[in-house]
Ligand binder design. Structure first.
Ligand code: NDP
Length: 248
C-alpha cells in the first residue's frame, strides 16, 4: 500500500472519547447516549428540560437557538474536551397535509431538524479540524427518500441532511472527519406513539422484517459509525428500517 492511502490520523483510539448527543433524554437519542456510556465514553447530552441518562453530562440546549448551541459546546468542551463524536439527533414533526401546512409548521421543522443540525455540525467541526479527526452522524429518516403524505416539511428537512452530510464528507474528509447519515424507519418512541393505530399497523405491514424497530437498534449502527470499524465510511446513508425504504 502506498503512503498516500494511509489515514492521516487513524481514529482507532480506545481512549474514552468526548461524545455529544442532542435530544438524549428520551427515545432514540437516549438509547444512543446509553450505548456510548456503556462502552466508557465521556457522554454529554443536550436536553431542553433535563432528564439525561445517569452518567451523562446534562447540557440545556434548544438547537433552534444559535447562542444556546454555542454555550452548550463551551460547557461540553470545559468538562470533556473537544467533541470528537457528534450525533445530531434532536428532531420534531408537525404533520399535516400540504394545503393545511402553515408557514410555522414548515419553518419550525426545518429550523429544528435541518438548520439545527447545520449549527451543530458547524460548531463541532471547529474542534474536529484542530484534532484532525472526528465523526459527525446525522439522524435522518426513511421518509427522506421515500416521501410521506402529510410530512412535506419533515421529509424536506431529513432529505436536506443527506446533502449536508455528503457536502461535509467532501469538505472535511481530508482531515479524517467522517460525516454519515443514519436513516431509521419506524422506531417505537414517543414520536411514533402519537401516530394513529391504523397508520402504525399500515407501516408495520409494509416492513419486510414485519415489525417496528427498537431505539437500541439505531444506537448499534451509530456506535459502529463512530467506531474504528467505520473509519473508511463517509458520505453514506445507512438505513435502519427493517427494509422499509430499500431500493433508494
Ligand atoms: P422523540 O420525540 O422521542 O424525541 C425527540 C428528541 O428531540 C427529544 O429529546 C427532544 O427534546 C429533542 N428535541 C426536539 N426539539 C428540540 C429542540 N428544538 N432543541 C433541542 N432538542 C430538541 O423522537 P425520536 O427519539 O423518535 O426521534 C429522534 C430522531 O430520530 C429525530 O430526529 C427523528 O426525526 C428521528 N427519527 C425517528 C423515527 C422514529 O420512528 N421514531 C424514524 C426516523 C427518524 P425534549 O424532550 O426537550 O422535547
Amino acid at each position: 500500500m502506498s503512503q498516500s492511502t494511509q489515514p492521516t490520523t487513524p481514529d482507532t483510539t480506545s481512549e474514552p472519547r468526548s461524545v455529544l448527543v442532542t435530544g438524549g433524554n428520551r427515545g432514540i437519542g437516549r438509547a444512543i447516549a446509553e450505548a456510548f456510556l456503556a462502552q466508557g465514553d465521556k457522554v454529554a447530552v443536550t436536553t431542553r428540560s433535563g432528564g439525561a441518562p445517569e452518567g451523562a453530562l446534562d447540557v440545556r440546549c434548544d438547537v433552534t437557538d444559535p447562542a444556546a448551541v454555542e454555550a452548550a459546546f463551551a460547557e461540553v468542551e470545559a468538562a470533556h474536551g473537544p467533541v470528537e463524536v457528534l450525533v445530531a439527533n434532536a428532531g420534531i414533526t408537525a404533520d399535516t397535509l400540504l394545503l393545511r401546512m402553515s408557514e410555522d409548521d414548515w419553518s419550525s421543522v426545518i429550523d429544528t431538524n435541518l438548520t439545527g443540525s447545520f449549527r451543530l455540525a458547524k460548531r463541532a467541526s471547529k474542534g474536529m479540524l484542530r484534532l484532525r479527526r472526528g465523526r459527525i452522524i446525522l439522524i435522518s429518516s426513511v421518509v427522506a427518500m421515500l416521501g410521506s403524505p402529510g410530512q412535506v416539511n419533515y421529509a424536506a428537512s431529513k432529505a436536506g441532511l443527506v446533502g449536508v452530510a455528503r457536502s461535509l464528507a467532501r469538505e472535511l474528509g481530508s482531515r479524517s472527519i467522517t460525516t454519515n447519515v443514519v436513516a431509521p424507519g419506524f422506531i417505537e418512541t414517543d414520536m411514533t406513539a402519537s401516530l394513529p393505530a391504523e397508520q402504525q399497523a399500515e407501516y408495520a405491514a409494509r416492513i419486510p422484517l414485519g415489525r417496528l424497530g427498537a431505539a437500541e437498534e439505531v444506537a448499534g449502527t451509530v456506535l459502529w459509525l463512530a467506531g474504528p470499524a467505520a473509519a473508511y465510511v463517509t458520505g453514506a446513508v445507512i438505513p435502519v428500517d427493517g427494509g422499509l425504504g430499500m431500493g433508494h
